[in-house]
Design a protein around this ligand. Structure first.
Ligand SMILES: [Zn+2]
Length: 509
C-alpha cells in the first residue's frame, strides 16, 4: 500500500500540544508513521499520495462516546422533545425505520461531523430471533460504512412500561383507566420474549463474530436501572469481564432515574451498580447527571468512565451534568451526541462548544473548563473510555490513522491573526459542514463531505420512500398520547429531594 501524506496548514496532533504549521501526517497502512513538517516528510517520501492542502486543518478523528443510531429523527417524525420519561413513550408515534438505512444515515452524519469512532447503544425487544436479526443487520450495516464502532446491544428484563423497576409496572397499571391498562398490558413480556439467558447466549455469538474485526467491537449495553434487574446486571458484568469487552449503561440521566437508586435500591445508582460488579475500566455510564460526590469518587477510584451528553440533557429536560466536578475528580470523561444534538444534526463541533459554554461558572472562585479540556473529551477522553487510548484520540507515531480534514476557507475568511491558536479556531468556529475528508485506519471514508463507501443520496431516497409507504402508527400514537399524562402524574407523585447544585447559574436570594 502506498504511503499517504495528509497535509494541512495546521496539523492538530492533540489537545495538549501546539499545532504543527505547514505540517503533515505520514500514514503507512492503517497507522501513523510520523508527524512533522510537510516539506521534510514530502522530501523523505516523494512517492506518497498527498491528501489535503494549505486550506485544511488536520486533526484526530472525534469520538462520540454515547449514541443510538437513528435515521429519520424524532423531530423529523413529528415527535417533539419532552422530559425523558414522557419522550420515550412519545417516540411510539414515529414510523419504524429500517435497521440498515438507519445506520447508514446515522453514520453519514457522524462522518460528516468528523466522528471516526462511536459507542452505539441499541436496545430491542421481541423474540430472540427478531432481536438477533435486528442486531445483526445493524452490525452488517456498520461494516458497510467503515466507521469504528463499539456496538452495544441491550435487552431488558423489567420496566416494560417505562415507569421504574420491580413492581412499578403492576402498580402503574392500577392507576390507569381500564381501557388504557388493557391497551398497554400486551407490552408486558410473554413466553416468546427474549430472556436474559437468550440475550447472553446471542451476545456470545455476536462478540465472537467481531473478534477479528478491528473496526467493529461488540459491548454489553444494559439500558439502565429501570429496565434491568440486579441479577441480570450481575450476569452481564461477569460476561463482559469474561469476554474482556466493554459495558455501557445509562445512569442517572433524568432526575427521576436519580431518585430510583435511593427509592428502590437503598443507595445511589452508581454505588448500587458497583455492588453488582458494574464498575471498572471496561464500564462507562451515559449521562451521570444526577450523581453524588461519593459516586463520582467511586468512579474515579474504579476507573469507571462517563459520557457527557449536554445536548441530549437539555433537550430532554434531564438537567446539566457536573462536568467540572467530573474533571476535577479525575473521572475518565468522553463526549456523546446521543442522537439528540442541539441542532438535531449530530454536529460534534457544536456539541464541544455546548459542553464548553454550559460549564462556565459565573464567579472567579469556581472552575470552568479550558478549550483544551473540551477537545480532550472528544478525542483522548473518548479513546480512554473505549480503552484504546494507546492507539486512538491523537495523531502520533504508532496510532491508528483516524484523521479528519477540516476546510479552512469559511473558518479563516477573510483573515485570522497569526497569533490565533489553530486548536481554538477549529474548536470555536468549525461546523460539521466544514469537514471535507475523513480517514479511518488510513482509508478515505469521507471525501468532499460525502461517504465513499455508499451513496448517501441513494440511501436518503430509499429511507424517504420507506417512510412514505409506512403507515402512521395510529393506534400506538393514540395510546402514547393518552398515557403521557398518567406517566407525568406517576413521577410527579414521587418524593422529590432537595437539590444541592454543583454549579449555580443564578440565585433566588
Ligand atoms: Zn442514550
Amino acid at each position: 500500500m502506498t504511503a499517504k501524506l495528509i497535509k494541512g496548514k495546521w496539523v492538530i496532533t492533540d489537545a495538549a500540544n501546539p499545532a504543527i504549521t505547514d505540517g503533515a501526517v505520514l500514514v503507512e497502512g492503517d497507522r501513523i508513521a510520523a508527524t512533522g513538517s510537510f516539506a521534510d516528510l514530502a522530501a523523505a517520501h516523494p512517492d506518497a499520495d498527498v491528501i489535503g492542502s494549505d486550506d485544511h486543518a488536520v486533526m484526530p478523528g472525534l469520538i462520540n462516546a454515547h449514541h443510538h443510531h437513528g435515521g429519520i429523527t424524532g423531530i423529523q417524525q413529528g415527535v417533539p422533545d419532552m422530559l425523558l420519561e414522557s419522550w420515550i413513550r412519545a417516540l411510539d408515534a414515529g414510523r419504524p425505520g429500517d435497521e440498515r438505512l438507519d445506520v447508514l444515515l446515522s453514520c453519514a452524519r457522524l462522518l460528516r461531523s468528523g466522528v471516526t469512532s462511536v459507542v452505539d447503544m441499541a436496545s430491542g425487544r421481541g423474540t430472540p430471533e427478531a432481536w438477533r436479526d435486528r442486531m445483526t443487520r445493524a452490525l452488517d450495516a456498520y461494516r458497510e460504512t467503515g466507521i469504528r464502532v463499539a456496538f452495544t446491544p441491550g435487552a431488558n428484563d423489567q420496566g416494560w412500561l417505562g415507569v421504574g423497576p420491580g413492581a412499578c409496572d403492576q402498580d402503574f397499571l392500577k392507576t390507569l383507566p381500564g381501557d388504557l391498562a388493557d391497551a398497554v398490558r400486551p407490552e408486558l413480556p410473554n413466553e416468546s420474549t427474549i430472556t436474559p439467558a437468550d440475550y447472553l447466549a446471542i451476545m456470545d455469538e455476536l462478540i465472537a463474530g467481531a473478534a477479528d474485526d478491528d473496526r467493529v467491537a461488540v459491548w454489553y449495553g444494559p439500558p439502565g436501572v429501570p429496565w434491568i434487574t440486579d441479577r441480570f446486571y450481575g450476569d452481564i458484568a461477569d460476561a463482559a469481564r469474561r469476554h474482556d469487552t466493554g459495558l455501557q449503561t445509562h445512569v442517572s440521566e433524568s432526575y427521576y432515574e436519580g431518585l430510583m437508586g435511593p427509592k428502590f435500591n437503598g443507595a445511589p445508582i452508581m454505588r448500587h451498580l458497583h455492588g453488582l460488579g458494574v464498575s471498572g475500566p471496561n464500564v462507562s455510564i451515559a449521562h451521570g447527571v444526577w450523581i453524588t460526590e461519593d459516586e463520582m469518587a467511586l468512579m474515579a477510584e474504579t476507573g469507571t468512565a462517563v459520557s457527557h451528553n449536554p445536548s441530549s440533557n437539555l433537550r430532554l429536560r434531564a438537567g446539566t451534568a457536573p462536568l467540572n466536578a467530573y474533571l476535577a475528580a479525575g473521572v475518565t470523561t468522553g463526549l456523546g451526541l446521543d442522537n439528540t444534538a442541539i441542532g438535531d444534526d449530530d454536529d460534534m463541533f457544536a456539541e464541544m462548544r455546548l459542553a464548553l459554554r454550559l460549564a462556565r461558572s459565573p464567579t472567579y472562585r469556581e472552575p470552568a473548563p479550558s478549550n483544551g479540556d473540551i477537545l480532550a473529551l472528544a478525542t483522548t477522553g473518548g479513546a480512554k473510555l473505549m480503552r484504546r487510548d494507546h492507539e486512538l484520540g491523537r495523531l502520533a507515531e504508532g496510532y491508528l490513522a483516524d484523521i479528519v480534514l477540516v476546510r479552512l476557507d469559511r473558518i479563516a475568511w477573510p483573515w485570522i491573526a497569526p497569533e490565533a491558536d489553530p486548536r481554538d479556531l477549529v474548536l470555536l468556529r468549525a461546523r460539521a459542514d466544514d469537514v471535507d475528508k475523513v480517514l479511518i485506519a488510513g482509508e478515505l471514508v469521507l471525501n468532499d463531505g460525502r461517504p465513499t463507501r455508499f451513496d448517501i443520496e441513494e440511501v436518503g431516497l430509499e429511507a424517504a420512500a420507506l417512510m412514505v409507504e409506512t403507515a402512521y402508527p395510529d393506534a400506538a400514537a393514540r395510546v402514547a398520547a393518552a398515557l403521557i399524562p398518567h406517566i407525568e402524574a406517576w413521577y410527579a407523585g414521587w418524593d422529590h429531594k432537595e437539590r444541592v447544585t454543583y454549579q449555580a447559574m443564578n440565585s433566588r436570594v
